[in-house]
Design a binder for this molecule. Structure first.
Ligand SMILES: O=C(O)c1cc(=O)[nH]c(=O)n1[C@@H]1O[C@H](COP(=O)(O)O)[C@@H](O)[C@H]1O
Length: 271
């Protein structure tokens, strides 16, 4: 199924704009999982199965798996999500960006090896660096626009002419010129609601991935006010650490579920 179709269906069916980020850090795992060779997979499966009815997407961050030599566990995790929760799209957070020939390999890695439904990509090498991902017409490609970190302003706020800031140029280009197949989205941090509003203004109903609530302190009400579309959707609001590490004992998945539920409801209160 096309990523955008699956996302819209998940927004409706799950009544949720929450994206749970899967950033497994073994140092923070509960004691009963410590030292197990499959700890990353087991930890993440626990989170996924406890929260799947509360989310519109899952977003595994590839660095957390690669740093632990656990790409095989990432493959198994995505396979688990597709098998057990087939209606929930998986966004592989990889933030790739390279020349076309190399980008083709990154696209094959994300969509063929890992079987992700969407990938995050850094667009700052330009259109030809994004095109290999677009060849997978049913997959989502979510481009960094205005990132959630403080240093995001260093470059993304630069005036590129006539008072237009770099992130605005990215949003305008992506919405008006690059999105011929309708499979693009943008990343805009919850920590910058004014910029969410600006990107929404420039991109119509384009889906926005919004990380930065929870551990980074972004405001849910301001995010929703700035970014929701007329029908009360349009956003995948990501929270990772605040949900993953809500508990530290054997009941970590139940603790994660409680925070995911609170977060989903806090978001829905502003739809
Ligand atoms: O593309 C992303 O997902 C992303 C973009 C961005 O601007 N800021 C950002 O925090 N992220 C990712 O979103 C997640 C945020 O995690 P928490 O701060 O723990 O909720 C991490 O996986 C980040 O890599």
């Amino acid at each position: 199924m096309h990523f955008m179709t699956a996302l819209r269906a998940a927004w409706q069916r799950r009544n949720s704009l929450l994206c749970v980020g899967l950033d497994p850090d073994p140092a923070r795992f509960p004691a009963h999982l410590q030292g197990r060779p499959d700890a990353i997979l087991e930890f993440c499966k626990g989170i996924v199965d406890a929260t799947a009815d509360l989310v519109c997407s899952f977003k595994p961050q590839i660095a957390y798996f690669a740093a632990q030599r656990a790409e095989d566990q990432l493959e198994a995790l995505i396979d688990h999500i597709h098998t057990r929760h087939p209606d929930i799209p998986v966004i592989l957070d990889a933030k790739r960006g390279d020349i076309g020939s190399t980008a083709s390999q990154y696209a094959a890695e994300a969509f063929e090896r890992f079987r992700a439904d969407a990938i995050t990509v850094n667009p700052y090498m330009g259109r030809d660096s994004v095109e290999p991902y677009l060849e997978y017409a049913d997959k989502g490609v979510i481009l960094l626009c205005r990132t959630s970190n403080p240093g995001g302003s260093d470059l993304q706020f630069l005036d590129v002419g006539g008072g237009e800031r770099l992130f605005e140029r990215v949003a305008r280009l992506v919405a008006n010129e690059w999105n011929a197949s309708g499979n693009l989205g943008l990343v805009v941090g919850a920590t910058f609601p004014n910029e969410i509003a600006r990107v929404r203004e420039l991109t119509g109903d384009m889906p926005l991935l919004v990380p930065g609530i929870g551990a980074q302190g972004g405001d849910i009400a301001a995010t929703m006010q700035a970014g929701r579309t007329a029908n009360g959707t349009g956003l995948m609001i990501n929270s990772s650490r605040a949900i993953l590490y809500a508990g530290s004992g054997e009941d970590y998945a139940e603790a994660a579920r409680r925070v995911a539920l609170e977060t989903r409801d806090a978001i829905n209160a502003h739809r």
